[in-house]
Design a protein around this ligand. Sequence first.
Ligand code: 5GP
Length: 120
Amino acid sequence: MTYDNNNIFAKILRKEIPCKKIYENDYALAFYDINPQAKVHILVIPKGKYISFSDFSKNATKNEIEGFFKAVGKVAGDQNLDEEGYRILANHGTNAGQEVPHFHIHIFGKQPLGPMISKT
Ligand code: 5GP
């Protein structure tokens, strides 16, 4: 599978479509999910072209990995989620229902988040 330059997050990175930006560093961009599944629902994406977590973990540089995960932690902290707790989640591929083929981490918070995996 090759990276699709026309995926929605690639367009957000190129500023072709808007997003509600929260934070960015050299390696990552964080913004609000357009269809929130929790009171706080944030997406953090790497600036590099990685399809999924699998691709990112195999092919990103150490600086990209560090810069990306530092951004995830900083955003959660800045949103005051550290004390009350939050969930991070990455969908990879079909079984996980990944919709956008650009690696992203979801941050959910500001409410109890229920079981880790739905029973249905
Ligand atoms: P996935 O299912 O791939 O893990 O999650 C994709 C997420 O991207 C979904 O939660 C969806 O609401 C969000 N999303 C899709 N299109 C857009 C968009 O144009 N802007 C923003 N901010 N989020 C989007």
